[in-house]
Design a protein around this ligand. Sequence first.
Ligand SMILES: Cc1ncc(COP(=O)(O)O)c(C=O)c1O
Length: 464
Amino acid sequence: MWVPQLGEHQQPVYLSIADALGRDISSGRLRHGERLPTLRELATALDITPGTVSRAYNEASRRGLTQGEVGRGTYVLAAAEPRLPLPAAGAEAAERLRGELLDLSIIKPHGESRQQWLREALATLAGSDALEAALDYAPDGGHPAHRKAAAQWLGQWLPGAQWQQVVITSGAQHGLMVAVSALTESRDLILCEALCYPGIISVVHGTGRRLRGVPMDEYGIIPQALRELCMRERPAMLVCVASCQNPTTSTMPNARRAEIAAIAEEFDFLLLDDDIYGFLAADSDIRPLSTFAPERSVYLTSLSKSILPALRIGYLYSPARLLSRLTAMVRSSVWMPSPLTAQVASQVLSSGLHQQLIAQHRAEAAERQAMAREIFAGHTLYAQPHSYHAWLQLPAPWRSDEFALLARANGVLVMSASQFEAERNQAPQAVRLVLMSPTNRAELRFALTKLNSLLEGGDPKRFY
Ligand SMILES: Cc1ncc(COP(=O)(O)O)c(C=O)c1O
């Protein structure tokens, strides 16, 4: 059992324990993945209270030295040195990144030219007549000009989109919160994909609704499974990410979308069509889910993935009968999304810059997807040609939590399947890799090669 050498106390004991932990990791006395004594064991060994040990472990966790899991104990997290050989392809990137975490955990557009075009857009705004209106309170739903710009863009997928049916939100997360709170009641049952974007889970739980995950295959929610669930329970709403789904990248074919919409009609529930990645699936003939049942569907998207997350501008497109509930909820949650950033958004949408950015992001994503396919050639990797992320199945006996932990100790952040579970114990052994988040391709190659060498050369047994 690990017992730290504390020496003379020049500082609170809990800090001395955390310092000793750091020293023992650096010297190799403690190894990555090793389990530390329980609070009670260490308290007895050092003749201190379990509360002091708990503070010490919290401090160690804050320093990134350990990871604690309720019921499973506290584990050493930091590897003093990468224990696997650095892939040659990434040697240069490794040099630059020494000691830094490579973050493959956030889905965002890559940002090479963003400062430049944003400066230009802000300069245009500064000289524009539209500036004055953007400085004031906006009417319900947003300024008509901003809603018209949105309707024109959305019209590519929602034919004949009417600007009066567009509601501006502060991003898609806000749109989810608004739609769930405005259109369902407390304790209502909300359905989503069995593995889904964690923001959906937090909205449903946070608003006091009940959540059930619908089983999926590689094309998304399985209609038969949805039907069986509806025969047993009465859902009020299905939240569905039908294109480039987060996390699995599944994209539902039109025929299945039509089946899901028919089930919504039959069992009388609403569809919340979260199509935030729809623009990445757009060169196929895919139609948004909501177009299959427009009278019971609310379409949701945002500009976070195509322009900038910092704009915080999203759009709901709703049947007329639901509009007033949605605008009232926007008002009571944030009063209004910022008209200033909505103006920047409208300018980008209307000037043609948006189409250019989308084309650039799609081309970059395709290059990165090709790189991932080449590196993980021996493994099962689900992705769409232009999706920003990929879904890597882990071969037995790897488990996703442990793999994510090992990846992190080796400097790469990925999200484990368990972080997307709508209900407990539904996750396969897989991790989500966001290919667009590293700034350049050399860094991405380095990170992916490292993950692949962990998969092939790592020793999962150490964790079990
Ligand atoms: C499926 C899905 N919906 C909604 C959001 C929230 O997007 P926003 O940044 O516009 O709030 C995300 C963000 O990753 C997402 O993946």
